[in-house]
Design a protein around this ligand. Structure first.
Ligand code: GLC
Length: 388
C-alpha cells in the first residue's frame, strides 16, 4: 500500500477515536475508555503524523490519575464509566492495576522526532517507572505482575498454570475475576503483587527494562538506567536455549511459563549476547514455529494450545510486531526488520486495521478498527526513509 494511502487511513481512524479531554480510545465500541499502553503507542503515531500536541495531550491524560507513589492505572474512565466500575476496581474513575509502561518509549520517540518534552511529563514518567522498580515484589530479580491484565496479554497460554482444569474462555474469565481478589496492595490501594499469582513474566520485565533505558536515553538519569541493567541481567538468566524462549519466573516456571509465545521474545529489546540474538532472529521468522506471512504468531504453532483465531492464543498482534521490529532495528538486523515491518503493514491493510489477525491469512479479528494498528504507518515511514 502506498504510504500516503496508509497514512490517510491511519489518521482517519485516530481522528474518529479522539475523545475529550484529549486522548484516543482503542476502539469506539469495544474499548471506549483510555488504556495505558495503547495510549503510549497512540502518542508515538500522533507524533509521527506531525501532531505533537495530540501526542503530548494523550500522555498527559494517561498520567492524569497517577497516584502519589508513581503508580499509573491501566484504565482511565473519563466519561460514562460502565456500571459497577467502582465496585469492581475499588476506585472511582480508574482501574487499580497497571500495564506495560510504554510511556518511556513514547517520550524517547517524541524526543527523537524533535518534540520538546514538558518537564512535568518527564517527571511523571520517571515516577511511574521508578514506582515499578521500587514497589513491586520481585522473583529472581524480576518484578511480578499483580494480575494477568497487567501484562497486556491476558488470555495467553502463559497463564494456563492458573486455569488448572484446562483453559476455556469461561473458566479463564472466572479465574481472572478471582485473581483480582488476591492482589496485594500497599496503602493507597496501590498494587504490588498477588498472593495467589506468583509470577514475574519476562515480557513485562523486558518492556519495563527497555522503557527505563528509553527514558534514561533522554534524561541521562542513572536512577533509571541502573535498575534497567539489573533487570537485563536477571532476564538473561531466564533464557532457555534448548527451548528457544525466555521463561517466566515464579510458580509457572516449570509449566505454562515456558510456552513459546511471541511476547516472551520481547527481551530481544534489551539482549546483547550474539548467539541469543541470532537465535531469536531466526525464531521470529521460522515458518515451523512463530513465523507467519502477516507477522509472528502470538503462540508457536507447535504448542498444543496454539489457536490462530483465538484472542491471545495464536493470532498476530500489531503492537508486538512493532516492538519486535524496533528490536530488530536496534540489533541491526535489517532483513528481519524488513520482514517484520512488511508483515505488519500487510496485516494492517488486509485486516482493516484490526486489533489482531489470523497470522496466515491476515483475516481481521477482535475490534476493527483498532487505534494501535496505526503503528503500521510508523513502520512504513521508516521503510520509505530507508529506501531513500
Ligand atoms: C485488550 C488487550 C489489552 C489492551 C486492551 C485495549 O484488553 O488485551 O492489551 O490494552 O484490549 O486495547
Amino acid at each position: 500500500m502506498a504510504i500516503d494511502e496508509l497514512e490517510a487511513r491511519c489518521r482517519a481512524v485516530l481522528d474518529a477515536h479522539w475523545r475529550e479531554p484529549g486522548f484516543t480510545v482503542p476502539n469506539a465500541t469495544t474499548y471506549p475508555w483510555q488504556w495505558l499502553w495503547d495510549s503510549a503507542f497512540h502518542a508515538v503515531v500522533w507524533a509521527h503524523l506531525g501532531e505533537p500536541d495530540r501526542a503530548i495531550s494523550e500522555l498527559r491524560c494517561l498520567f492524569d490519575r497517577q497516584h502519589e507513589t508513581g503508580f499509573v492505572p491501566h484504565m482511565t474512565f473519563w466519561a460514562d464509566p460502565p456500571d459497577g466500575q467502582e465496585a469492581f476496581w475499588g476506585r472511582a474513575g480508574i482501574s487499580s492495576i497497571t500495564q506495560p509502561p510504554m510511556y518511556g518509549h513514547a517520550l524517547a520517540e517524541l524526543h527523537r522526532l524533535g518534540v520538546d518534552l514538558p518537564d512535568d511529563l518527564v517527571e511523571r514518567a520517571t515516577g511511574g517507572l521508578r514506582h515499578l522498580v521500587s514497589w513491586r515484589v520481585r522473583i529472581g530479580g524480576l518484578v511480578v505482575v499483580a494480575h494477568p491484565w497487567e501484562s497486556g496479554c491476558d488470555d495467553s497460554p502463559r497463564w494456563d498454570h492458573w486455569c488448572p482444569d484446562g483453559w476455556s474462555i469461561e473458566r479463564w474469565r472466572t479465574a481472572k475475576g478471582t485473581i483480582m481478589a488476591s492482589v496485594e496492595r500497599a496503602p493507597g490501594y496501590v498494587p504490588i503483587g498477588n498472593n495467589e499469582l506468583r509470577v514475574a513474566p519476562v515480557g513485562f520485565n523486558a518492556l519495563l527494562a527497555w522503557n527505563l533505558r528509553e527514558l534514561a536515553s533522554v534524561t541521562g538519569d542513572a536512577a533509571l538506567s541502573h535498575p534497567a541493567d539489573d533487570l537485563v541481567e536477571a532476564l538473561q538468566a531466564r533464557w532457555d536455549g534448548d527451548l528457544g524462549t525466555w521463561v517466566d519466573a515464579g510458580d509457572s516456571a516449570d509449566t505454562s511459563g515456558r510456552i513459546r509465545t511471541s511476547d516472551a521474545l520481547l527481551p530481544l529489546l534489551v539482549e546483547h549476547r550474539g548467539e541469543v540474538v541470532d537465535r531469536v532472529a531466526d525464531l521470529l521468522v521460522d515458518p515451523g514455529g512463530l513465523g507467519a506471512p502477516y507477522g509472528p504468531r502470538g503462540v508457536d504453532r507447535r504448542e498444543p494450545s496454539y489457536a490462530p483465531r483465538t484472542y491471545w492464543r495464536g493470532p498476530a498482534w500489531p503492537q508486538l510486531t512493532y516492538l519486535l521490529w524496533v528490536a530488530a532495528r536496534r540489533i541491526d538486523r535489517p532483513a528481519l526488520a524488513t520482514s517484520l515491518g512488511e508483515a505488519l503493514v500487510a496485516g494492517a491493510d488486509r485486516s482493516g486495521l484490526a486489533e489482531f489477525w489470523e497470522p496466515d491469512a491476515g483475516e481481521g479479528l477482535g475490534a476493527i478498527p483498532q487505534s494501535w494498528t496505526t503503528l503500521a504507518c510508523v513502520v512504513q515511514r521508516a521503510a520509505v526513509a530507508d529506501a531513500r
